[in-house]
Design a protein around this ligand. Structure first.
Ligand code: PMP
Ligand code: GLN
Length: 382
């Protein structure tokens, strides 16, 4: 029997992050591919999880998330972005940003709907749109700085546009929104029924003293937005898979209908620990300086190499142009970099639906300094 003659996701294979991490492991290469820290989270945060377990918090958490954690998220959001979400009706704790994104799309997008995405696009958005029966509509980010060409976004809007997905700070480019981007977005969605899905998982990794321009800062955007974040990025706990979605009550009600049958609830001891940890703002306020030092170490270490560095205002990713080294495709170059030079990277082509004429790979600098230094030594020899 051929049970899956028609796949629901015919174009989907194993994600590039898994493929490159596997190759790095097989080859014993330094893994600057998949985005995760190679250092541990704070031991006090780990102790809080153990304490929660020992205190008996080992059964289902409330469906929408532990009340104390939702309150802590509401407090943080009001403090940073001036928008107060009601923790009871507007904040839902999810199994990472990934589940929040999938849940928002499945809750909102109906068969025949169009969803605008910006390319290069994070790998989970389009499969989510397809599973919901919607159609992705692609707008290319500016080639030079990965800024959003808002006129092109406006031109892509039709009467079928249900949602626009944005991502700032942006994976893979590190580009971030400015206030002017939020202005442009406001103008486009005004007097429309378009929903917004804002992937803000790198909200606390923004450099050079710049603010994170959360969509929740603007009432006209917040009223129609699912704003997604992830503790994996903020507290060096990508393996815990805890994130959240903030959205007005009407949107959150629909979000929770899907959420409760997708996961019902998220790991209880982790939620207790994160609620306590969030109470001290220094735990996220110190993050920009921490990662900026790594960014600067990595960039200055490659300054005299044959890689050309693109600007990196946010995230823990650095794009590098290798056209002075090779004209190979990005996949071929990233594979050879891993196998011959012992450093794994992600081909940016993996974030595109069509072949791109660029020579660009993404390095993750969210690593120990010694890991970065070993990688730099190898990259400088190429
Ligand atoms: N969105 C973006 C842009 C990401 O880079 C990631 C993870 N690297 C996610 C969402 C998913 O977050 P999580 O690991 O919390 O599921
Ligand atoms: N989002 C991470 C990255 O961009 C990887 C997460 C995953 O492997 N799904 O590297």
């Amino acid at each position: 029997m051929n049970y899956f003659k028609t796949s629901k996701l015919p174009d989907v294979g194993t994600t590039i992050f898994t493929v490159m991490s596997r190759l790095a492991e097989q080859q014993g290469a330094i893994n600057l591919g998949q985005g995760f820290p190679d250092f541990n989270c704070d031991p006090r945060l780990q102790s809080l999880v153990a304490e929660a377990m020992h205190a008996g918090h080992n059964q289902y958490a409330p469906m929408a998330g532990l009340a104390a954690l939702r309150q802590a998220i509401a407090t943080k959001n009001a403090r940073l972005y001036g928008h107060h979400y009601d923790p009871d009706t507007e904040i839902t704790v999810t199994a990472g940003g990934t589940q929040a994104l999938m849940t928002a799309v499945l809750a909102a997008v109906r068969p025949g709907d169009e969803v605008i995405v910006l390319e290069p696009v994070y790998d989970s958005y389009v499969p989510a749109i397809r599973l919901a029966g919607g159609s992705p509509v692609y707008v290319q980010l500016n080639a030079d700085d990965y800024g959003v060409p808002w006129d092109a976004v406006r031109a892509a809007v039709t009467h079928r546009t249900r949602m626009l997905i944005v991502n700032s700070p942006h994976n893979p480019s590190g580009a971030i929104f400015s206030g002017a981007d939020l202005d442009a977005l406001e103008t486009i969605v005004r007097d429309t029924g378009i929903l917004l899905l804002a992937d803000e998982v790198y909200e606390h990794i923004v450099f050079d003293g710049l603010p994170h321009q959360s969509l929740s800062r603007r009432p006209a955007l917040a009223e129609r937005a699912f704003v997604v974040s992830s503790f994996g990025k903020t507290f060096h706990t990508t393996g815990w898979k805890v994130g959240y979605c903030c959205a007005p009550a009407e949107l959150s009600t629909e979000f929770r209908k899907v959420h409760q049958f997708m996961v019902f609830a998220v790991s209880t001891p982790m939620q207790h620990a994160l609620a306590a940890w969030l109470a001290d703002p220094s735990h996220y306020e110190t993050l920009p300086a921490f990662y900026q030092a790594k960014r600067d170490r990595f960039r200055s270490g490659l300054a005299t190499s044959r890689f050309r560095m693109l600007p990196c205002p946010g995230t823990y990713f650095q794009l590098a142009d290798y056209s002075a080294i090779s004209t190979e495709t990005e996949e071929a170059f990233a594979t050879r970099l891993t196998m011959e030079h012992g450093v794994a990277a992600i081909p940016v082509a993996a974030f595109h639906t069509r072949p791109v004429e660029r020579c660009m790979v993404r390095f993750c600098f969210g690593k120990k300094n010694e890991t970065l230094d070993r990688a730099l030594e190898r990259l400088n020899k190429i």
